[in-house]
Ligand binder design. Structure first.
Ligand code: GLV
Ligand code: MN
Ligand code: MN
Length: 426
């Protein structure tokens, strides 16, 4: 494999990268009432996210990238290589956010890719393979219910027609929002296999900072299972209805939450993580026994075997809840991905480049889901993690990574992409 050497190692412009992260964070920003921190609320295919898209596309064009938008709103910016017909080295991530986000989740990988393109141009670096910088639609999955949706469509795991019909809680579909916002593009949503994919992302957890490491080489992504449960109880008077005559959907939801935590505590399901993140109660009034609850269950596990055991135990427990409370339960699986292992060769290139600049590193599994987990089905893939501050808190306005850490990650991304974009790499 041909490679760069220390003589022609490029340093990205840390201030310019930081300025772009901060500027994008203004789009969809709000002030968190309790902490006073600036947060970001840029759910997929909202007006705010469309504004973010337009800004990032402008930056792509200013960096000399040729932009194409696919039928699912995934956006690619291309820098040609010397071998015109060779598949590109792809980098990217997402710019949609959860409702209580910080500035870094996803955005670092996208804006870092654009900064990489600027630096390559400024140094007149030509690569053999083309390079593309992507951002994928609805990575977070919080609006339309399925995470990594755009990259799953690009990778062919979820059919385009089916994905376009996914709707938010008000019934608005992705297809309708793409049309409304002008992001239903014409490029094929199915991505031809890239040469390789590399994603730089904030870790979003405490592992790197606890170990005192400056960068992480990501070995894969743990399994994810999402369900939406609809619990059908019966509304009744809070004062007059004897406890034994109730079908209380709120009680059923609470039992399920407790059971999930007991499953974690039992140690029988490996490193299981459980979250009941959404709990919509109807009619949501003080003196009425809840008639209906819609709640979501997010399960994560590094092991598919343990994941399946946990899902099975939960399924059995739902029957117990119905028997005890009279509440009928309809589960709907909204997302499910097995653990993904990244590619050794790409991991090794990342690790070598980190060693070359003398930064500390470790290998780790990703706790969060990432577009890389989907694109890994198409081509050799791995990720670079930069540490987050404050125990790596994320999906929270306090999410923070230092300018130096962000630059470290994107400098490594740039070096890795240059190596992978050389003719005989991989
Ligand atoms: C993506 O942020 C996830 O939920 O892992
Ligand atoms: Mn992310
Ligand atoms: Mn996220």
């Amino acid at each position: 494999m041909s490679g760069t050497n220390s003589q022609d190692r490029l340093a990205i412009n840390q201030d310019r990268l930081w300025a772009s992260l901060m500027a994008l964070a203004e789009v969809g920003s709000y002030i968190d009432g309790r902490s006073g921190l600036r947060g970001v609320n840029r759910l997929a295919l909202t007006d705010a996210e469309a504004e973010g898209r337009r800004l990032v596309i402008r930056w792509m064009r200013e960096a000399g990238l040729r932009v194409r938008v696919d039928e699912f709103g995934n956006v690619y910016g291309r820098r040609e290589g010397l071998l015109a017909d060779a598949p590109p080295v792809l980098v990217g991530s997402h710019i949609d956010s959860v409702a209580t986000a910080g500035a870094f989740d996803g955005c670092l990988g996208v804006l870092g890719g654009i900064e990489m393109a600027r630096i390559l141009d400024e140094h007149k670096v030509l690569t053999d393979h083309p390079i593309e910088v992507a951002f994928f639609t609805e990575e977070e999955g919080v609006r339309f219910g399925t995470d990594m949706l755009g990259s799953a469509v690009a990778a062919g795991r979820i059919p385009l027609d089916e994905a376009l019909l996914r709707a938010d809680v008000t019934g608005i579909t992705i297809g309708a929002e793409l049309e409304r916002l002008g992001f239903r593009g014409t490029a094929p949503a199915r991505l031809a296999a890239p040469h390789a994919y590399v994603e730089c992302h904030i870790e979003q957890g405490p592992v790197l900072s606890a170990a005192g490491r400056e960068l992480g080489v990501v070995t894969g992504v743990q399994a994810i299972s999402w369900q939406e449960l609809t619990l059908f109880g019966r509304s009744a008077h809070a004062g007059t209805t004897p406890m034994e005559l109730r079908h209380d959907a709120g009680l059923a939801a609470a039992m399920i939450t407790l059971k999930l935590h007991e499953m974690v505590d039992s140690g029988k399901y490996g490193d299981l993580r459980v979250t009941v993140g959404r709990n919509d109660t109807y009619p949501n009034l003080i003196n009425i026994v809840p008639a209906r609850v819609v709640c979501t269950i997010d399960l994560r596990n590094p092991s598919e075997t343990y994941m399946q055991a946990a899902e099975e135990e939960l399924r059995r427990y739902l029957e117990v809840v119905t028997a005890k409370t009279g509440v009928q339960i309809t589960p709907r699986q909204t997302a499910k991905t097995p653990p993904v292992e990244f590619h050794d060769d790409v991991e090794n290139v990342i690790s070598e480049e980190i060693d070359t600049v003398g930064l500390s590193q470790m290998r780790l599994l990703s706790g969060a889901g990432h577009d890389a987990g989907e694109i890994a089905a198409l081509c050799p893939t791995a990720m670079v993690f930069v540490p987050g501050e404050y125990d790596g808190i994320s999906h929270n306005p306090r999410e923070y990574s230092t300018p130096e850490a962000c630059a470290n990650g994107i400098n490594i991304l740039t070096a890795v992409v240059r190596r992978l974009a050389a003719k005989d790499s991989l």
